[in-house]
Write a protein that binds this ligand. Structure first.
Ligand code: SF4
Length: 244
């Protein structure tokens, strides 16, 4: 007769308990969302009620200028980027025109933005790559976007969401903070938070979830002192140190 094999998750007991199997302690899954599905729904419904049609605060005229604006916005405010890009985009709103302008002129236009030297290099390099590979079109493709100089996962997510209407959620510093404070999505890295959001955000809110969370973090759930007294999701939020 064939002896029955222990299940994969079981382990043989150490000597002295021959013949018996003991079950290995089950791996505990980390709790990464403290809210019930109904609370997640109420949270987004409240943010939607406060701002039914949220928009990016970056100024752009087409997918290419959006891409450039997002690249420039790393470690900079949207207002600061807009101030610099108004004149720049008036001269160059396509990769071909940006290449014709050249790195020196681009650098002069954006010198009020942090890391402007590196960013000017990246803007020229990504414009060149677009001209060479797609004829200047911004690709609706994550891998291609992320292969461009200066473009990471967050930038690709913003472009896919804002320019192409895909339900991606770019996790920036505001969203990371709001999600961890409220208990909506707990994670140690932006990618961990993004993965939880992908799982828990109901479909009907996915397209605008990025903007609702970012604007909430920027204007209400601020880094230093959240304005809990006027917060529309106060009753749902699990942050233990709410302000009055
Ligand atoms: S109650 Fe306070 S901590 Fe919670 S989401 Fe609102 S502003 Fe942020």
């Amino acid at each position: 007769m064939t002896k029955r094999q222990p299940a994969a998750s079981s382990a043989r007991a150490p000597s002295g308990a021959r013949g018996r199997t003991v079950r290995a302690p089950a791996k505990r899954r980390r709790v990464d969302c403290l809210l019930a599905p109904e609370e997640v729904h109420r949270l987004f419904a409240a943010l939607r009620a406060a701002n039914p049609a949220p928009k990016s605060e970056l100024e752009y005229v087409n997918p290419y200028t959006l891409l450039v604006a997002v690249v420039l916005s790393a470690q900079a405010t949207d207002a600061g980027v807009n101030k610099a890009t108004r004149a720049l985009f008036a001269k160059a709103d396509t990769p071909q025109k940006m290449l014709a302008l050249g790195e020196d002129v681009v650098r002069e236009h954006i010198r009020t933005i942090g890391l402007f030297r590196t960013k000017a290099k990246n803007v020229i390099a990504l414009s060149r790559r677009l001209v060479e590979t797609t004829g200047g079109e911004v690709p609706r493709d994550r891998a291609l976007l992320e292969s461009l100089p200066g473009v990471g996962r967050k930038t690709a997510n913003v472009v896919l969401n804002v320019a192409f209407g895909e339900p991606t959620i770019a996790v920036d510093t505001h969203i990371f903070r709001v999600c961890n404070r409220t208990g909506l999505a707990i994670g140690r890295t932006p990618l961990e938070v993004e993965r939880v959001l992908e799982r828990v955000v109901p479909d009907e809110f996915r397209l605008h979830a990025h903007h609702w969370l970012i604007l909430h973090g920027r204007y209400v759930c601020k880094a230093r002192r959240p304005e809990c007294g006027r917060c529309p999701i106060r009753e749902i939020c699990r942050y233990p140190d709410k302000t009055v």
